[in-house]
Design a protein around this ligand. Structure first.
Ligand code: SF4
Ligand code: ZN
Length: 297
């Protein structure tokens, strides 16, 4: 932070910091097969490139999900990511949300409007993507799923769960968070100590083509997260390093506390789809969403 580095030293510094985070929390072992969830944004491009440099590319599989949102299908981004995975020698699976879990985001929204119900499209999109990523990771026998969450995302999620008083979710942000079901392939976030502005620079240095297009549903992003994000950005501007301090302090403070959650029983299974659901639920949130808009009976 606030250091003037040349291009080579900047790239080396990012690689070192990612490797150090992986080592510190034993996120990925050298022989493990890792499924990389890559949307095609700058963060996932950085994840792909960094992981190819620090892990055996034969042990990496990339997955891109097409949400099925009119005007946001990003065929050019997909082609660019495909050429990148080819260049790196990494297998790349591309699936639509319909193929992976049964319905695109637009189909969900259309059915919702027909029934005059209001559910933010991002709620379905997020849950459907998580479901699809876990399903593909299991099918591919992956040991870990790596997502491109960066420091900014981690800080927002930590603060959001504190403000909501949601301790179960709070401990799950921690890199040693509990593993609540054998049906979940363990998730890791190798970029969690890298700022978003650093992934932008890293991607730029590696020929990434930035896109102007935004998802038409972006205005539906939950307001609490949007407010926290704006506040944290102001804080970081006034006092550079604040987000890193926040995440590192919470990691440290929760380090022992998370172990209490290791004793929790395995999550129950949904009566409809058989996937894990919360302790107090018989039907998972995903099936509940599909039922509410008539996509399953
Ligand atoms: Fe999905 Fe919402 Fe992001 Fe659009 S803005 S891609 S609907 S999470
Ligand atoms: Zn279910």
């Amino acid at each position: 932070m606030n250091r003037a580095l040349c291009r080579k030293c900047f790239i080396d510094n990012i690689l070192e910091r990612v490797e150090s985070e992986i080592k510190k929390y034993n996120l990925i072992k050298p022989n493990e097969c890792v499924l990389l969830a890559i949307s095609g944004g700058k963060d996932s491009f950085t994840l792909l490139d960094v992981m190819a440099k620090i892990h055996n590319p034969n042990k990496l599989i990339a997955l891109t999900l097409i949400e099925g949102i009119e005007g946001y299908n990003r065929a050019d981004v997909l082609e660019f990511m495909k050429s990148k995975t080819r260049e790196l020698g990494i297998d790349h699976i591309v699936l639509t949300l319909k193929e992976a879990v049964g319905a695109t985001v637009d189909e969900f929204v259309k059915n919702m409007m027909l029934r005059n119900i209001r559910i933010p499209p991002c709620t379905y999109c997020g849950i459907a993507r998580r479901r699809a990523i876990n399903k593909v990771a299991r099918e591919q026998n992956a040991d870990k799923v790596a997502t491109a969450h960066v420091l900014d995302d981690e800080a927002q999620t930590y603060v959001m769960n504190i403000l909501r008083g949601d301790i179960t979710r709070l401990v799950q942000v921690h890199p040693r968070g509990p593993w609540l079901s054998k049906l979940f392939v363990r998730k890791v976030k190798p970029l969690r100590k890298i700022y978003e502005r650093e992934t932008a620079l890293y991607a730029y240095f590696h020929g990434y083509k930035f896109q102007e297009r935004e998802c038409p549903y972006i205005i539906h992003i939950p307001t609490l997260r949007a407010r926290i994000r704006d506040y944290l950005y102001r804080l970081e501007l006034e006092k550079p390093g604040s987000l890193l301090n926040l995440v590192e302090s919470l990691d440290e403070a929760l380090n022992e506390y998370v172990k209490k959650y290791y004793e929790l029983p395995e999550l129950p299974r949904c009566k409809i789809c058989g996937e894990p659901t919360s302790y107090n639920r018989e039907i998972c949130k995903f099936c509940e969403l599909l039922m509410s808009v008539g996509l399953i009976k």
